[in-house]
Design a binder for this molecule. Structure first.
Ligand code: B1M
Length: 209
C-alpha cells in the first residue's frame, strides 16, 4: 500500500480501489492533504497530460474524475474541521459553459472548514443565476470557478452583471481555477484570486474579517 497505488487506481478508472487505498493510507496515518495532493490531484494532472497528448479521451477523463470524487468523499471529514460559528455566506459555482467541478468542490470543503455557509450552485451557472443567488442568500462573497480558457470571459461577464444589478458594493468576488491568475483577477475587477482550495479558505476569510 502506497500513495502511488491511489494514483494508479485513479488512472486505472477503479473507483472501488481508490476508496480502499485511500482508507488504507488514512489508517496508516498518512496526512489527508498529502493523500489529496500526491495521490488524487497528481493523478488528475497526469490524466490531463495524457488527454493533451491524445493518449486518453473524454470518457476516460470522466471516469477518472468519478474515481477521484469517490476518493475526495472519503477524505472530506479529514481535510478540515467544521467551524462552530459562521462568518459569512458564499455563493459559488463554475461559470457558464464550464462543467468541471472537482476543484470547485474542494474549494467548497475548505470554505466550510474556514467557517462559511456555502451555497454551491453547481456547474454551468449563468451570470443571471449568480446574481439572483447572491441576492436571495444575501451573500458576502460570490465565488467564480473556471478551468477552461474558453470560459474565462464568463468570469468577467459575471462580474459585470453583478455591477449592473447594483449589488457590487455589498458583495466581494473571489475567483479561481487553473487558467486564472492574480493579474487576470485584478484586470477584470475581482476582489481576490486564490490559487488552490487551501488558499481559497484563507483569502475568503480575509475578505470578510
Ligand atoms: Co477537462 N479540460 N475538458 N474534463 N479536464 C482540462 C481543464 C484541460 C486542461 C485538459 C487538457 O487539455 N490538458 C483542458 C482545458 C484546456 C484549456 O482550456 N486551455 C480540458 C478540456 C479541453 C475539456 C473539454 C473541452 C474536452 C472536450 O470535450 N473535448 C471538456 C469541456 C467540458 C466543459 O466544461 N464544457 C472537458 C471535460 C472534462 C470532463 C467532464 C471529462 C472532466 C471533468 C469532470 C468533473 O469535473 N466533474 C474533465 C477533467 C477531469 C479534466 C482534468 C483532467 C482534471 C481537472 C481536475 O479536476 N483537476 C483537466 C486537466 C488538469 O487540470 N490537469 C482538464 C483537479 C482539481 C483539484 O484541480 O480543477 O485546477 P483544479 O482546481 C484547483 C484550482 O484550480 C483551484 O483550487 C482547486 C483545488 O485546489 N480552484 C479555485 C478551482 N476553482 C476555484 C475557485 C476559487 C478558488 C480556487 O474561488 C472561487
Amino acid at each position: 500500500m502506497a500513495i502511488q497505488d491511489i494514483f494508479q487506481a485513479v488512472i486505472g478508472l477503479d473507483a472501488g480501489k481508490v476508496v480502499s487505498e485511500v482508507n488504507g493510507e488514512l489508517e496508516a496515518g498518512t496526512n489527508a492533504n498529502t493523500i489529496l495532493q500526491e495521490g488524487l490531484i497528481k493523478a488528475m494532472d497526469e490524466v490531463g497530460e495524457r488527454f493533451s497528448a491524445g493518449e486518453t479521451f473524454v470518457p476516460e477523463m470522466l471516469m477518472s474524475a468519478q474515481a477521484m470524487k469517490t476518493g475526495v468523499e472519503v477524505l472530506k471529514p479529514h481535510l478540515t474541521g467544521e467551524a462552530d460559528t459562521k462568518i459569512g455566506t458564499i455563493v459559488i459555482g463554475s461559470v457558464h459553459g464550464d462543467l468541471h467541478d472537482i476543484g470547485k468542490n474542494l474549494v467548497c470543503i475548505m470554505l466550510e472548514g474556514a467557517g462559511f455557509n456555502v451555497v454551491d450552485l453547481g456547474v454551468d451557472i449563468t451570470k443571471e443565476a449568480f446574481v439572483e443567488a447572491a441576492k436571495e442568500h444575501n451573500a458576502d462573497i460570490i465565488g467564480l470557478s473556471t478551468l477552461l480558457t474558453t470560459t474565462m470571459c464568463n468570469v468577467e461577464e459575471t462580474i459585470e452583471a453583478v455591477k449592473e444589478a447594483g449589488i457590487r458594493d455589498s458583495v466581494k468576488i473571489l475567483v479561481g481555477g487553473a487558467p486564472l491568475s492574480q493579474e487576470y483577477a485584478e484586470s477584470i475587477g475581482a476582489d481576490a484570486f486564490a490559487a488552490d482550495a487551501g488558499d481559497a479558505g484563507k483569502v475568503a476569510r480575509q475578505l470578510v474579517l
